[in-house]
Design a protein around this ligand. Structure first.
Ligand code: DAH
Length: 340
């Protein structure tokens, strides 16, 4: 058997030298190394040998296989080289041809929208402050005036990582982080970032989306400051003719809490499919920072006051650019993305 193996190896190496192109190489590979190839068959026949000869034969076969594989690789490389040399000699490969141009990319619609928002708030003196996507229960809920079992927690369907850790459901926990970092300085920041909700994905709801939280803390800050800031934002982002409407609302971390609406950009208030015939579009939840939240951040609520707001990013972009399905943002379809 060992003799047959040596013979096979010699024969295979000789045959390899004869292979002149990739078809011949492939045939050779199939014939010697393939599943039904000569070497594989030989390895299978090990069972016919007396027990004591099997290990040595197995080893020899594997060595032969390694030799043949290496020889095959070398021959394939050599053939490729030869072919390239031939083509170069014939001049069919013109290395001076210009390369294929790579189309320039551009910023994603979400990034563009975020940057527009940053620019508007920067002009009003707001800095950008970033905080983590993975948060603790305490920061996402507890310190925002929602202790464990507080019913308002149900407003946010949550992706839990453990009993204490979660993917933030809103950018509001960043309020606590920036307050604790900056206290006792006054604050004027926006906190952009991704939020996560354990929600059914529909044309209007994604389980990942952006928000841009806003927070101002200082002396003598009032609701008038909040309303004027958001009105100014709406006019700069959507157009100077916009009107803003305020409704009372509830959030555990603001008191009083409001919902900010804007007259519909499509129908100007007459009623259409976008505003569901109400004439108004909701743009953000907001309110005056709750005394408990100020205190948790290190600020004495008798001396300090503040406002906060939390608009989304994709929905404003949907309104501005008339996009009717939020799933398009992260569907990675270039036909959609190239339009912006
Ligand atoms: N965090 C709220 C949400 O995701 C939005 C919000 C409401 C943010 C009121 C605020 C606020 O800062 O004051 O639904």
């Amino acid at each position: 058997m060992l003799d047959r193996l040596t013979q096979l190896e010699t024969e295979a190496l000789a045959a390899l030298e004869e292979a002149q192109d990739s078809d011949a190489l492939a045939d050779w590979n199939r014939h010697y190394l393939g599943k039904k190839g000569a070497l594989t068959q030989m390895l299978r026949s090990v069972g016919e040998l007396p027990k004591e000869e099997r290990p040595a034969f197995g080893r020899a076969t594997n060595e032969a296989k390694a030799t043949l594989e290496a020889a095959y690789q070398a021959r394939a490389d050599a053939l490729r080289q030869e072919q390239m040399q031939r083509e170069l000699a014939r001049g069919t490969l013109d290395v001076t041809l210009p390369g294929r141009p790579i189309g320039p990319g551009h910023l994603h619609i979400t990034t563009q929208t975020l940057r527009q928002i940053y620019a508007i708030f920067a002009e009003m003196g707001f800095q950008v402050y970033e905080s983590p996507d993975v948060e603790t229960d305490e920061l996402n809920f507890g310190l925002l005036n929602m202790p464990p079992h507080h019913p308002a927690r149900d407003m946010w369907d949550t992706f839990w990582i453990s009993d204490e850790v979660l993917l933030r459901t809103h950018t509001s926990p960043g309020q606590m982080r920036v307050m604790r970092k900056r206290c006792p300085e006054p604050i004027r920041v926006i906190l952009p970032g991704k939020c996560y909700r354990y929600e059914q994905i529909t044309a209007r709801a994604e389980h990942q989306f952006y928000q841009v939280e806003g927070l101002a803390v200082g002396h003598g800050i009032t609701m008038a400051d909040l309303i004027s800031t958001l009105t100014e934002f709406a006019r700069r982002f959507y157009g100077p003719e916009r009107h803003v409407r305020i409704r009372g609302s509830y959030f555990p971390f603001t008191e009083p809490s409001i919902e900010v609406d804007m007259d519909c950009i499509l129908c100007g208030g007459d009623g259409c499919r976008v505003c569901k015939h109400s004439g108004w579009l909701e743009i953000a939840g907001a309110g005056m920072v709750h005394p408990v939240v100020l205190e948790n951040g290190g600020y004495d609520p008798d001396e300090w006051s503040g406002f906060a707001f939390g608009p989304g990013v994709e929905r404003p972009a949907m309104l501005k650019y008339d996009i009717d399905d939020i799933r398009l943002f992260y569907g990675n379809d270039l036909r959609f993305l190239r339009q912006f």
